[in-house]
Design a protein around this ligand. Structure first.
Ligand SMILES: NC(=O)c1ccc[n+]([C@@H]2O[C@H](COP(=O)([O-])OP(=O)(O)OC[C@H]3O[C@@H](n4cnc5c(N)ncnc54)[C@H](O)[C@@H]3O)[C@@H](O)[C@H]2O)c1
Length: 312
């Protein structure tokens, strides 16, 4: 079957400063590459410098002269997030665009961040909440658009209000959904708070469909050494054009972060759940993301757990 290729036009981003998390691999690498190709200067905070250097070399091969640079960040440590925040505040440059893209999915064992918080909730959600809080003066100065990557997994399971950091009984799939519901609620609440408090930033959320990336693949560093049957199936479906690739799956985030038609407080994804065309569009909010009461509750809880505060 022929793959339908779809793409979007990215406006000229000359003079804009962007921050993209998780840009050493998968969708983040393509996101950073496309922003740089449009003229943005892109800061890529990475956990693994060696992989980061390779990513930079790849982007420069695609787009010679791309203005991309690395910073150190381990999202599994709130101290590391605070250190990056302080370093960027010291640099003092307004940020115009931020894509909260990094993530982990279903580690093979119950793992925790440096602060003892379940790894997926800590990495996918709390660390990004903290990063946004630490960067708030720069985001406000740049009247930034903040785009946060959730998942189709936010459409199943529910928030574990009884044990949000998963100290008790654990299910990795439920914890992944929990992290992505929490993060989706955060991205929507960020828009509401910014609007109410005149912070001058906007926020929207995205889901990329499904694409074979390291997120799903065998990853020895987290103790998984073989692709599961379902991962092999995803690879095959992607190859024949029935699921996305990293290049197409990142399009909703690219659209939400840059396109003049993308609106604050909205949810963008591929036009079909299977990401057959890869063309992004606005999506109906998953029921898990609709409650403003849940969003406000998660906001307060997350700020407390992350030890950060936001403007009034
Ligand atoms: N691939 C899919 O099918 C799919 C589906 C739904 C949602 N998503 C979401 O899309 C986003 C991008 O995922 P991807 O598929 O490109 O995966 P990926 O594994 O290729 O990339 C994830 C990135 O996050 C970074 N990261 C993970 N833990 C980190 C840490 N502790 N500190 C710093 N960086 C860290 C990784 O180094 C990597 O660069 C994730 O948020 C993921 O949850 C992916």
């Amino acid at each position: 079957m022929a793959r339908t290729t779809a793409d979007i036009t990215v406006p000229d981003l000359t003079g804009k400063l962007a921050v993209v998390t998780g840009a050493s691999d998968g969708m983040g690498l393509f996101l950073a590459g496309r922003l740089a190709a449009a003229g943005a200067e892109v800061i890529m905070p990475v956990r693994n410098r060696r992989k980061g250097e390779t990513a930079i070399a790849t982007i420069r091969e695609w787009h010679p002269g791309a203005a991309v640079s690395l910073r150190d960040l381990d999202l599994a440590s709130l101290r590391s997030v605070a250190t990056l925040g302080a370093a960027l505040r010291d640099e003092g440059r307004p940020i115009h665009l931020m894509i909260n893209n990094a993530g982990v999915m279903t580690p093979p064992t119950h793992q925790y961040t440096a602060e003892g918080i379940e790894l997926q909730f800590g990495t996918n959600h709390l660390a990004h909440v903290a990063l946004v809080a630490h960067l708030m003066p720069l985001l406000r100065a740049g009247r930034a658009r903040v785009t946060s990557q959730t998942s189709v997994a936010a459409n199943s399971n529910e928030i574990n209000w009884d044990d949000p950091t998963w100290q008790g009984p654990y299910n990795a799939g439920r914890a992944y959904s929990h992290s992505k519901i929490a993060f989706g609620l955060f991205g929507l609440e960020l828009q509401r708070r910014s609007e109410a408090g005149n912070w001058g930033i906007t926020s929207n959320i995205t889901q990329p469909g499904i694409a074979p990336t390291n997120l799903l693949a065998a990853r020895p560093e987290v103790g998984r050494t073989r692709d599961t049957m379902s991962v092999r199936l995803i690879r095959v479906l992607s190859r024949v054009g029935l699921l996305g690739t990293p290049q197409t799956a990142m399009l909703p985030a690219l659209y939400a972060a840059t396109h003049p038609d993308a609106r604050p407080g909205r949810f963008y994804g591929p036009q079909s759940v299977a990401n057959m065309s890869g063309r992004p569009g606005e999506q109906k909010l998953y029921s898990n993301l609709r409650s403003e009461e849940d969003a406000a509750r998660m906001w307060d809880l997350s700020a407390k757990l992350a030890g950060v505060s936001f403007p009034a």
